[in-house]
Design a binder for this molecule. Structure first.
Ligand code: HPA
Ligand code: ZN
Length: 350
């Protein structure tokens, strides 16, 4: 942990968490689709949805595990048809991110959810990319896209998806792996990840959200990913924890997601502190904020309130988010300088 973090009074912690610059490395853009926007897009596109009102839809957001969430999440995404829809969804997220002082966002999208409904890959990527470009110009948020393969589908389907996306290669920086984890180990996608690597794409994968430490080992050793999404189950395997710490493999932890999907019974039980204490490059992220009750700053505020983490942890988590990002070295340095400046300002104001 850095030795230069100025001391900051406990009552200033919420302001500090909100004001500090940070990167979000684990956000599914379809999971930022708020019920109000789902209804607006359903009306705009003439799509029927099986809920009478925004309130009724929100009431359905009571999840018991990952699959119970995914069923509703994929249904919600069915209102997205046109390029403008994808743009509007991403733009809404990016405005919220900017308000939370997110200065960099590496955004997942699930093209197979859309191409399976007859929406073209160009429609999806061009709409999202236009919002990312606007975010850089108008919000000062460096926004990049990461294409995720759905692991409940076949590797053959993932290869077809990659082929459709390659003409738009300059509009996304990497690939990931998401959807139903249990029963779909990383090995299933060994060949398609190897192919993506040859294309110079960054590689990440969800592993150890509900799945065992063996899935995290396989994501590292078979898929050769640079980051692990979630990864909280790694704490069950001492040798794995040592490997993650030694190789500085970032974990993109999502506390409110873990709470809502019953990975931990309460936020106070979350193992974020243990991951940091073990020297892991753990980060805080929102995952699917429209479904899990909070964007970035809510994840920070609620987790810190429940676990008693302090200002030094806040600095470490924000620094980890920049280290773990796919920004270039000069940009990372710039982000860290901004982080130190924000801490100095808050310390001086106390
Ligand atoms: N896990 C797996 N797949 C997902 C998630 C998640 O948390 N969110 C959206 N797709
Ligand atoms: Zn996720």
């Amino acid at each position: 942990m850095a030795t230069t973090v100025p001391s900051i009074a406990a009552e200033r912690l919420p302001a500090l968490l909100a004001a500090m610059p940070k990167a979000e490395l684990h956000i599914h853009i379809e999971g930022s689709l708020e019920p109000e926007l789902i209804f607006a897009l359903a009306q705009r596109n003439g799509v029927a949805i099986p809920y009478a009102s925004v309130e009724e839809l929100r009431r359905a957001y009571a999840f018991t595990n990952l699959q119970s969430f995914l069923d509703i999440y994929y249904a919600g995404a069915s209102v997205l048809l046109r390029e403008q829809d994808f743009h509007d969804m991403a733009w809404a997220y990016l405005q919220r991110a900017a308000a939370d002082n997110v200065v960099r966002a590496e955004i997942f999208f699930d093209p197979q959810t859309h191409t399976a409904r007859g929406v073209s890959m160009e429609t999806v990527i061009n709409g999202l990319h236009r919002a990312c470009q606007a975010a850089k110009a108008q919000l000062g948020v460096d926004a990049e896209l990461i294409l995720c393969f759905l692991r409940h589908l076949s590797e053959e389907d993932a290869f077809a998806t990659l082929e459709q996306a390659l003409p738009l290669r300059d509009k996304f920086i990497g690939v990931g792996l998401d959807s139903s984890e249990l029963g779909h180990p990383p090995e299933k996608f060994a060949r398609v990840f190897a192919q993506c690597r040859l294309h110079g794409l960054h590689l990440v994968a969800h592993a150890g959200e509900e799945g065992p430490p063996a899935y995290v080992w396989a994501a590292l050793d078979v898929l050769k990913v640079e980051r692990i999404d979630h990864g909280v189950q790694s704490a069950r395997d001492g040798a794995l924890m040592e490997r993650l710490a030694r190789d500085r493999i970032p974990l993109t932890v999502c506390p409110l997601s873990n709470l809502k999907l019953c990975v931990f019974p309460t936020l106070a039980d979350h193992n974020l502190r243990a991951l940091l204490d073990a020297g892991l490059v753990a980060t805080v992220n929102s995952d699917d904020p429209a479904y899990f009750g909070g964007y970035m700053n809510q994840n920070f505020l609620q987790t810190f309130a429940a676990t008693g983490l302090g200002a030094r942890h806040a600095w470490q988590l924000a620094a980890n988010s920049f280290e773990g990002s796919f920004a270039g070295p000069a940009r990372k340095r710039e982000y860290l300088d901004r982080l130190d400046a924000a801490f100095a300002t808050i310390a001086a104001a106390a």
